[in-house]
Design a protein around this ligand. Structure first.
Ligand code: UTP
Length: 291
């Protein structure tokens, strides 16, 4: 049974500069919640109880976010702000959260390799904060079910348009049933006209520990970084790797434009700000003659 989740959060976040000069990308909020909190909550919902966040220099805010905060708690209590107090306490009780540092941003594959000692030979999940999954979509839970069935690694995969595929790992699938394919190969960020399909690997994975052997053999690839995709491709030549396909409920938050879209979508869904924000947005669109 999978108990452990690894959340790589050691990237430089260059696409969000200048915000990410001093603030970790993973702490940028969607409305009022840092993206890394949404990802940790997703892992917990899927039943994962041991969470390892891969951090780096300058990412101390991530550790603080999941730590107890006695001064803040005392202050909220003395002011009778009990709802906020409950929220803050719940955060530090979410799960067993560990951190380890990636000393140099050598790529996502390298960041996952840093988790090897903690993972200690067990199967584990990897979740990236660049992809946010709607809380109503049990994607990770379903991927864990596929893992239980086959005992192998499982990727999340989604059809994207031809023009978008060059931003993802592109999968060559062999469909075996609805929503499930075997991965024949996967290639990182191919030019659109060379992509083997429009099926993109999304930032949720369940891995067998053999991924670490594959990572050890992986040389720097696209962008000079150790690419997780390249290691998955190696692994798929050694043992079956599955792709679980899904359609709805993913918000891209890895670049400015998509982060803006995700913020608007999530804000509109909120019970507190949603209704007023929707009314304002509709009015704004009319005033600016956007449609
Ligand atoms: P990205 O390439 O999207 O993240 O990596 P980045 O490097 O932070 O962002 P940009 O491209 O410079 O704007 C995907 C995920 O892998 C992690 C990132 O934190 C992100 O969650 N990552 C990437 C690492 O942990 N270490 C790395 O060396 C690279």
């Amino acid at each position: 049974k999978v108990r452990k989740a690894v959340i790589p959060a050691a990237g430089l976040g260059t696409r969000f500069l200048p915000a990410t000069k001093a603030v970790p990308k993973e702490m940028l909020p969607l409305v009022d919640t840092p993206s890394i909190q949404l990802v940790v909550e997703e892992a917990v919902r899927a039943g994962l109880t041991d969470i390892l966040i891969i951090t780096a220099r300058g990412k101390g805010a991530i550790e603080d976010h999941f730590d107890r905060s006695p001064e803040l708690e005392a202050l909220l209590e003395s002011r009778g702000k009990y709802d906020e107090l409950k929220q803050i306490r719940a955060l530090s009780d979410l799960a067993q959260i560990h951190t380890v540092r990636q000393h140099e941003a050598l790529g996502l594959g390298h960041a996952v390799a840093v988790a090897e000692a903690h993972v200690a030979g067990e199967p584990f999940a990897v979740l990236l904060g660049d992809d946010l999954i709607h809380p109503s979509v049990p994607l990770l839970r379903e991927m864990l079910r596929v893992h239980e069935r086959y005992g192998r690694s499982v990727l999340a995969a989604q059809e994207v348009s031809r023009s978008e595929i060059s931003a993802y790992g592109a999968i060559t699938p062999e469909m075996i049933e609805e929503n499930l394919a075997k991965v024949r190969s996967v290639v990182e960020k191919p030019p659109a006209d060379e992509a083997p399909s429009n099926l993109a690997a999304i930032g949720r994975y369940v891995f067998t520990p053999e991924i670490f052997d594959a990572l050890r053999q992986t040389k720097p690839g696209h962008g000079g970084e150790i690419q997780l995709t390249d290691a998955i491709n190696l692994l798929a030549q050694e043992q079956a790797v599955y792709a679980f396909t899904f359609e709805h409920g993913r918000y891209d938050a890895g670049n400015k434009l998509d982060y803006l879209k995700a913020t608007v979508e999530l804000a509109i869904e909120r019970e507190d700000v949603g209704p007023t924000f929707s009314t304002w947005l509709a009015d704004f669109v009319q005033r600016k003659k956007l449609v």
